[in-house]
Design a protein around this ligand. Structure first.
Ligand code: ADP
Ligand code: ZN
Length: 730
């Protein structure tokens, strides 16, 4: 047994990143690398991660302290994950402890570890089998136990046998009571039929053969339109790895992690599947985590953080919809699941599949440069055609005196769909009723006092709401600026679409799915299930309805305005618009019925919209690349974003100028400038972009400057956040 343990203290704000050495007491011989522990630190008791065990007496004058306890029953981190945290902290310019904390399966209360669940269970003994009890209850208990061999005490209680009765039986030696471990199974309610692999098409076979051979050990970019059979390839590639005794991780965007998706994997691989996502309870997460760590579960499906699943023998990592921005964590630590996946694949010599119908510019360029291997599935399965996409110029509608939020084309298409008893989806990426409130006399716009963004008007409470914080206010009768009476709401959100639909088509059944209606637990699944059972004619929603769902009876998809994402001041605005439109359009015509898509826009000539209309990724990629190349933006350069925020704008600006002047002349600096969202929750936000051809170079330079900054007087009252390869510049 080793004498000392090196512990990284789980406190983000500690100035040092070095581990502290602690003594291991005799009774904690079970301690292992990767355990979480409780240790004395100053006058407090804090949590830490054990990263090394050794016998080297540290060179210090202070008396070593002793570990208080090991928190979790089973080490939550593997040596591989600890190595990963070191690398990732360096790559993403953050602290190792941030990654260690992000890798933990679930956070309990401080000082309370994660444990398996055990329940009192009665087991029948040999004597019990032969026994002739007198009492009625005792006889019932033994009868049940003879049938089942063992039952939990709570089960027996349900059957009318009290724990007192069970104890009496135990005294007689007829049953034994012991604690049995029970699995908290997030999929316990899922009922699935076993399914066999499908016979692949020629295109699928070709792709799968490449994947299974994996001669070059380079990541595969599986580029195939929605419905082209990518998931079937994933399933068969996973099966191949299972034959070799190797595990797989499948990452999907959180929003696409529907029961349908999970079902498909469980119907193929049964109990070998573990799911990991944020909607699981801490107990469920821990149990799934242990099943993965112990090698009981060899197919892990999960959202972003599942990329840290403690798989021992990893053969394959899949990122489905690899272009999704949700793979980038927007909080600390700011990591991209793709980058983490690539690192782990290298460590395990595992295969990587990045799948998408609309690959990110980064990945497609990597494929073109030969860093990734491009595999294509150009057609939908069974010759199902892609839906036809019509673009409607909303400027023309207005010119023709048609002021409704629904164009004449969309109204006609809706009528047609409703008449045929088919279903429609209407998409708008803005929730609430109206998007801003304006005084028509003085031009005053109602804004959030803490975030300086326009307030949205929401039904049914007729309130003004901020979408960046929880500020709400009653709708004003008069303008707070000029006292004018002509204050009014403008702009369209999903609530208005819903209301207008009911006005326009009396008697139709409308459902709405957005962050407001899905906020209650289980509501999201309920609405989707109900819509699938055709209990509504039209589903109105935000991006929540854009992906992952199969509604065979949906033949019409309407996009209320394609311009919302396009007008964002973000270098990826065009890319996001193209991806979103393609994704939404993919919802139409999934069944045997042909699909139709109507896209309303004020900029019908935009290349992203035209390319989406023609289902033409190549054209989009060519145009977008040209633009990015001219502007020297990713994927032709690398960016690091320095976000500076604070309650005092003067301090924020001073900090910005300190940082800019400290940055080496050799790096290209954009800004400082106020962020497009200038103020959130009372904090002013400015940013600086550092750009370079070599990520390593700008990373070193930013790292040095950040260190200098933290020692300077400018750091007071100001927070500096570093985002390497940012996905979001708002
Ligand atoms: P994607 O993941 O690209 O959207 P899927 O793998 O979900 O595509 O396939 C779309 C549909 O076609 C699914 O219903 C799937 O069961 C079916 N499918 C996939 N491959 C085949 C095949 N080789 N033969 C018949 N049906 C297939
Ligand atoms: Zn606010």
């Amino acid at each position: 047994m080793k004498k000392f343990a090196d512990i990284i203290i789980n406190i983000h704000s500690l100035p040092t990143e070095h581990p502290f050495t602690y003594l291991i007491p005799e009774h904690l011989s079970e301690i292992a690398v990767g355990c979480r522990v409780l240790v004395p630190f100053g006058s407090r008791k804090v949590e830490g991660f054990c990263v090394r065990l050794h016998n080297q007496m540290p060179d210090t004058n202070t008396q070593l302290k002793t570990i208080i306890k090991v928190l979790d029953e089973q080490a939550v981190l593997t040596p591989e994950l600890i190595a990963l945290s070191t690398w990732a902290a360096d790559y993403y310019l953050c602290k190792q402890v941030d990654f260690l904390a992000a890798m933990v399966p679930a956070k309990g209360r401080t000082g309370v570890g994660l444990r398996a669940k055990r329940v009192k269970t009665a087991y029948i003994t040999e004597e019990g089998f032969a026994a002739q009890p007198k009492g009625k209850k005792q006889a019932l208990a033994l009868k049940l136990l003879r049938q089942n061999k063992s039952l939990t005490l709570s089960r027996l209680a349900q059957a009318g046998v009290s724990s007192a009765t069970v104890r009496t039986l135990a005294q007689k030696g007829w049953v034994k009571i012991a604690r049995r471990q029970v699995r908290r199974d997030p999929l316990a309610d899922l009922e699935v039929n076993k399914e066999e692999p499908i016979v692949l098409t020629e295109a699928q076979k070709k792709a799968l053969t490449c994947i299974n051979k994996d001669v070059s050990q380079k990541p595969f970019l599986l580029f195939g339109v929605t419905g082209s059979g990518k998931t079937e390839i994933y399933l068969q590639a996973i099966a191949e790895r299972l034959e070799q005794g190797e595990a797989s991780i499948v990452l999907v965007p959180e929003i696409a992690l529907t029961p349908q998706m999970t079902e498909r994997f469980v119907s193929r691989f049964g109990d070998l599947v573990a799911v990991l996502h944020s909607r699981l309870s801490a107990g469920e997460r821990y149990d799934e985590w242990c099943r993965v760590a112990n090698g009981e579960a060899l197919v892990v499906i999960g959202a972003r953080s599942a990329v840290f699943a403690p798989v021992q023998k990893l053969g394959l990592i899949i990122l489905d919809e690899e272009h999704e921005s949700t793979y980038k964590q927007e909080e600390r630590p700011h990591y991209h699941a793709r980058e983490i996946a690539l690192w782990r694949a290298k460590w395990h010599k595992a295969t990587v599949i990045l799948g998408s119908a609309t690959p990110s510019l980064e990945s497609y360029r990597n494929a073109q440069c030969g860093n990734y291997i491009l595999l294509q599935l150009p057609e939908r399965i069974a010759d199902r055609s892609l839906p036809s996409v019509e673009i409607v110029d909303m400027r023309q509608e207005l010119k023709d005196g048609h002021k409704s939020i629904f164009s004449r084309t969309l109204i006609a298409a809706l009528q047609d769909t409703l008449q045929k008893k088919q279903q429609a989806i209407l998409f708008l990426n803005r929730r609430g009723y109206a998007t801003f409130v304006l005084c028509r006399e003085c031009g005053h716009v109602m804004r959030c006092p803490d975030c300086n963004v326009s307030l949205k008007y929401h039904l049914p409470n007729k309130e003004l709401c901020c979408h960046y914080c929880d500020f709400t206010a009653p709708y004003p009768d008069s303008c707070p600026n000029c006292r004018g009476r002509y204050i009014k709401y403008f702009g369209t959100g999903t609530q208005k679409v819903e209301a207008e639909l009911c006005k326009q088509f009396p008697g139709i059944r409308v459902m709405r799915l957005d962050a407001d209606t899905a906020s209650k637990k289980g509501q999201y699944q309920k609405v989707l299930g109900s819509f699938k059972r055709q209990e509504a004619d039209v589903l109105v929603g935000t991006q929540m309805i854009a992906k992952g769902h199969d509604f065979p009876n949906v033949t019409l998809v309407g996009v209320i305005t394609a311009d919302t994402a396009l007008n964002l001041p973000d270098l990826r605005a065009g890319e996001r618009t193209f991806q979103l439109l393609t994704q939404v359009a993919g919802r139409a015509g999934r069944g045997s019925l042909a699909g139709r898509v109507v896209v309303q826009t004020y900029t019908p000539e935009h290349y992203a919209i035209l390319a989406a209309k023609n289902h033409d990724f190549e054209v989009f990629y060519a145009q977008e690349s040209k633009l990015r190349l001219e502007l020297d933006y990713p994927p032709f350069s690398f960016l690091i974003r320095l976000l500076i925020s604070g309650e005092n704008e003067g301090q924020v600006i001073n900090a910005c100028y300190f940082l800019v002047s400290a940055l080496a002349d050799s790096v290209d600096v954009l800004g400082p400038s106020p962020c497009p969202i200038e103020k959130v929750r009372g904090r002013y936000r400015w940013h600086i972009l550092v750009r370079g051809k070599e990520l390593d170079l700008i990373r070193r330079s930013v790292k040095a400057v950040a260190a200098e900054f933290s020692q300077s007087a400018f750091a007071g009252g100001v927070r500096l956040t570093l985002d390497v390869e940012p996905q979001n510049l708002l």
